[in-house]
Design a protein around this ligand. Structure first.
Ligand code: NAD
Length: 517
């Protein structure tokens, strides 16, 4: 059945035109556009030049309560919807994402400053692919039955219930789709709370999902600040799952709230990942891997920001990096020629610069960059590489989340030291390894503490593979069946043999069990 037409905005103050695309600035709750009960809004600025893009509904406890109530009401119907129909609807949403790729890409770039060309050609197609992958995976979801003394053990994935999904600003719709896809496929309903710094594509996605025919209340969006809108969502007793991507301090707060009701949480958090470069590595490839870390202006959780290079390879490797960095173009992310765009917000740039200043004060040397790009102003920070840094220093231990790399060396042939340095932070999200020696690759990978290890590559991952972090980088894994496990309550149904002869045998087995305790 076709869904009712979306309500027309009550007045133009509820629509902002961003990059030529109209975006509704209200929440999306129970299949309706809803302004905040208080009437409050917050301003969403563009990282490109600081101009205000939109006045966004500023959600609070009331909107959180309403959204979870809508997700609860929709849950039984959605959970009972046949998997084939859920899969069909997810494919229809993916069709809508593909049809609106240009709009989504333009709005996302205006809102978070990442490159338009990667939003167009990489990110938005991947958003659609995420949805399709989980739709298809749902239909293939099966576990071989186990047989125990004639009894069949059948495992099923029962939808868990309303899930709150909280996302950061560095890859807004990508991360939202990464959670929304499996949650909806699994039969759970969703309340998405995007970052207050990047609220726009979540709103467009709500339109797309609605137009694709997703029933009211299955997918909801609450806009607002973390403390005002996120916290009451997490605390709501109707929520059965919380999936969060963001910083470690926020995860701790969410975990403390969730602990009160034992709500399962999935946490994808920060990182301080190493790039290990051995002297036997292809020097060009190793330098490419290093420079790739400036992607998205360094605002990538997986970024390998700590370069650890074998002493004898250091100078040549550094030369290759310098050569490449001088060819990078920094500027407007809408320009095809741009390689490095702005950072998200002046406050964030100040934070990034604070890390660099303190490192320089402590004796680090900036061999590349080392401060804001004053020619571009505001949010643009120069790709930066710092040498002469200590393993225990703040710049090596803390996530900067900007275009800032450090370079350390380890003695020639000393794999133990390389691994010690690589594993020597509180994080464990990813590690990248450049080596020409297959055996070394296997040996070192096995010793690294990381959810993902890349050998002579970066950022490639099949959607069926697990993704997540160890230590402070997270709890749980997303991807493939791991995502279904999270958004479902796994059930084992044990069935005794049926029919008279088998029944007899079942009784015998039962008696046998009773006799043998
Ligand atoms: P953040 O923790 O400040 O905010 C993330 C989200 O949480 C936002 O939507 C925010 O509004 C919300 N929030 C804040 N306080 C809350 C509260 N008390 N209750 C509920 N929600 C609350 O993180 P950020 O600055 O937006 O994102 C950057 C961080 O995200 C970095 O540490 C980065 O490494 C991490 N990240 C991790 C991954 C991953 O997959 N591991 C991916 C991308 C980003």
């Amino acid at each position: 059945m076709a869904p009712p037409a979306p309500e027309a905005p009550e007045n133009s103050s509820h629509t902002a035109t961003v990059a030529g695309v109209p975006v509704d600035t209200r929440h999306w709750i129970g299949g309706r556009r809803v302004a905040s009960a208080s009437g409050a809004t917050f301003t969403d600025d563009s990282p490109l030049d600081g101009t205000p893009l939109a006045e966004i509904a500023r959600g609070g406890a009331e909107e959180a309560r309403a959204a979870v109530a809508a997700a609860r009401e929709a849950f039984p119907g959605w959970a009972a919807t046949p998997p084939t129909e859920r899969a069909r609807l997810l494919h229809a949403v993916a069709d809508g994402v593909e049809a609106r790729t240009e709009d989504l890409a333009a709005v996302e770039t205006a809102d978070n400053g990442a490159l338009l060309r990667s939003h167009r050609r990489g990110v938005m197609p991947r958003v659609a692919h995420n949805l399709r992958y989980f739709a298809d995976r749902l239909l293939a979801l099966a576990h071989d039955d186990f047989e125990t003394r004639g009894h069949t053990n059948h495992v099923s994935w029962d939808p868990a219930g309303p899930a709150v999904l909280i996302t950061p600003w560095n890859a807004p719709l990508m991360l939202a789709s990464w959670k929304t896809g499996p949650a909806l496929a699994a039969g759970s309903t969703v309340v998405l709370k995007p970052s207050e710094w990047t609220p726009l594509t979540a709103s467009l996605f709500a339109d797309i999902a609605h137009e694709a025919g997703l029933p009211a209340g299955v997918f909801n969006v609450v806009q607002g600040y973390g403390a005002e809108a996120g916290a009451p969502l997490v605390a709501d007793p109707g929520v059965r799952r919380i999936s969060f991507t963001g910083s470690v301090p926020t995860a701790r707060r969410i975990a403390a709230t969730a602990a009160e009701r034992l709500v399962p949480c999935s946490f994808e958090l920060g990182g301080k990942s190493p790039l290990l470069v051995f002297a036997d590595a292809d020097p060009e490839l190793a330098a490419d891997l290093a420079v790739e870390q400036f992607d998205n202006a360094g605002q990538v959780c997986l970024a390998a920001t700590r370069i650890l290079v074998e002493e004898s390879a250091r100078d040549a490797f550094l030369g290759h990096i310098l050569d490449r960095v001088t060819k990078l173009t920094q500027g407007d992310p809408r320009d095809e020629a741009t390689d490095v765009g702005p950072n998200i917000h002046p406050r964030h740039v100040e934070r990034v610069d604070g890390f660099v200043r303190r490192a320089l004060d402590a004796g680090a040397k900036a061999v590349i960059g080392g401060g804001p790009n004053t020619a571009l102003g505001g949010n643009y920070y120069l790709p930066t590489l710092l040498t002469d840094v200590d393993q225990d220093s703040e710049i090596v231990q803390e996530e900067v989340f900007g275009p800032v790399l450090t370079l350390q060396t380890f003695p020639d042939g000393d794999e133990d030291e390389a691994v010690r340095l690589a594993n020597g932070t509180r994080f464990g999200l990813a590690a990248t390894l450049a080596t020409g020696d297959r055996e070394r690759a296997a040996r070192v990978s096995a010793r690294l503490v990381a959810g993902t290890v890349w050998v002579n590559c970066f950022f490639v991952r099949d959607l069926s593979a697990p993704f997540g972090g160890s230590r402070d980088s997270g709890i749980g894994r997303e991807g493939g069946d791991w995502s279904f496990d999270f958004y479902c309550d796994l059930k084992n149904t044990v069935t005794a043999p049926m029919g008279p002869p088998l029944l007899e045998r079942s009784r015998e087995l039962g008696e046998g069990r009773a006799r043998h305790g």
